[in-house]
Design a protein around this ligand. Structure first.
Ligand code: PMP
Length: 331
C-alpha cells in the first residue's frame, strides 16, 4: 500500500515539506532500530475530523520512550497540539497520524546515549489495512511459526520499532503462504497477538482476549472494545488462550488502529463460524465506528476535535509556535 503523501511533516519543532523530512544514513535508529512510535487515526464526522484517543496514544508513546531511556524534548501536550495541527494544515479528514521518536545522528556505537532524541510526526490518508473487504468479510489467518518475543527479551508493551522485525517475519510468512495475516504464540505456546493487532475470540458467548503477560501490546482499540463489549452486556474476560481455543471459537476478530475491528474468517484453513463476520463482531464493529465518528455521546471524551483546536482568527498553530519548541531545538 503506497503511502499517500501530504504537504507537511513536523520534525523537531518545525513544519517541513513532506519531501524534505529526511535523516542522515548514519542516524542511530537506521542501524539499531532505536526508535519508538505510535499509530493513531483521526475520523471525519459532521463536526469535522477528530483524533481518536489521542492522549492515550501519546501516553503510550511516552511510556515506550521511558522504557528505552529516551528523554523526549517535547511534552505530551506539545505533541498533542502538533498532531491536531497536522490534520488541519494538511486539510485531512479520515487519516492516520504517525509520531516517531528516534535516536539521531552523532555516535554509531551500540551505546545509544549521546545521540540526540529526535521527534517527527506525519499525518496522511490511509484506507483499510487488510484490504477493501476486510471489515465485512473475514480474512484468512495462520498461526505463525515465529513466536512473539519472550518477556525478558524485547518488551512487547513498548511500541518500539525493533519489535516490528518480529512482526515482519510473521507477516511475510503469512503472505508468502497465501494468508492475509498471522497470529503469533508467545514463547509458552499461548496466543499472543497479530503482527500489528490484538486478537479477540468469542467462545460460548464470552468475549475473550489474551492478557498482557502473553507478550502483547496493550492496544488502545483492545481497551476500547473491552469497554464497548461490557457496555453492550457481553460477558468479557481477559484469558490466556491455548492455540486450539482459536479453533473452538464461534468468532475471531482483530483489533487495532490500522485494522480497526476486522473479522477473521479462517485460522489455519479451519473456518471460523460461518467464515464471515459473526454477530458479536458486527455489534462491536458498529459500536466502535459509532464511537470513533462521534455518534456515541457517552464516549465523546475519546475524541479530540481538530478544527475547533485553533481559536478563531488565530492563524498561529499551537504546535509550531516558537514557544512550543525548546530553545535547543529552535533552528
Ligand atoms: N499489537 C501490535 C503488535 C500492534 O502493532 C498494534 C497496533 N498499534 C496493536 C497490537 C493494536 O494497538 P492499538 O489498538 O493501540 O492500535
Amino acid at each position: 500500500m503506497a503511502i499517500a503523501k501530504t504537504e507537511t511533516i513536523w520534525m523537531n519543532g518545525r513544519m517541513v515539506a513532506w519531501d524534505d523530512a529526511r535523516v542522515h544514513i548514519m542516524t542511530h535508529a537506521m542501524h539499531y532500530a532505536s526508535a519508538v512510535f505510535e499509530g493513531i487515526r483521526a475520523y471525519d464526522s459532521e463536526a469535522g475530523p477528530a483524533v481518536f484517543r489521542l492522549d492515550e496514544h501519546l501516553e503510550r508513546l511516552m511510556f515506550s520512550a521511558r522504557v528505552y531511556r529516551m528523554e523526549v524534548p517535547f511534552t505530551p501536550k506539545q505533541l498533542h497540539d502538533v498532531c491536531v495541527e497536522l490534520v488541519n494544515v494538511n486539510r485531512l479528514g479520515d487519516c492516520y497520524v504517525r509520531p516517531l521518536i528516534y535516536r539521531g545522528y552523532e555516535n554509531i556505537g551500540v551505546n545509544p546515549f549521546g545521540n540526540p532524541i529526535e521527534v517527527a510526526i506525519a499525518a496522511y490518508p490511509w484506507g483499510q489495512y487488510l484490504g477493501p473487504d476486510a471489515l465485512s468479510k473475514g480474512v484468512a489467518v495462520k498461526i505463525s511459526s515465529w513466536q512473539r518475543m519472550a518477556p525478558n527479551t524485547l518488551p512487547a508493551m513498548a511500541k518500539s520499532s525493533a519489535n516490528y522485525m518480529n512482526s515482519q517475519l510473521s507477516k511475510m510468512e503469512a503472505i508468502v503462504d497465501g494468508y492475509a495475516e498471522a497470529i503469533s504464540l508467545d514463547t509458552s505456546g499461548y496466543v499472543s497477538e497479530g503482527s500489528g493487532q490484538n486478537v479477540f475470540a468469542v467462545i460460548k458467548g464470552e468475549v475473550l482476549t489474551p492478557p498482557v503477560h502473553n507478550s502483547l501490546l496493550a492496544g488502545i482499540t483492545r481497551s476500547t472494545i473491552l469497554t464497548l463489549a461490557r457496555e453492550l452486556g457481553y460477558p468479557v474476560r481477559e484469558a490466556t488462550l491455548p492455540r486450539e481455543m482459536l479453533y473452538a471459537a464461534e468468532e475471531l476478530f482483530f483489533t487495532g488502529t490500522a485494522v480497526e475491528v476486522s473479522p477473521i474468517g479462517s485460522i489455519d484453513r479451519i473456518t471460523v463460524g460461518n467464515g464471515g463476520r459473526g454477530p458479536v463482531t458486527k455489534a462491536l464493529q458498529d459500536a466502535f465506528f459509532a464511537a470513533v465518528r462521534g455518534q456515541n455521546p457517552k464516549h465523546r471524551d475519546w475524541l479530540t476535535p481538530c478544527r475547533a483546536a485553533a481559536p478563531a482568527g488565530n492563524a498561529a498553530a499551537p504546535g509550531v509556535s516558537a514557544a512550543a519548541v525548546p530553545a535547543a531545538r529552535r533552528a
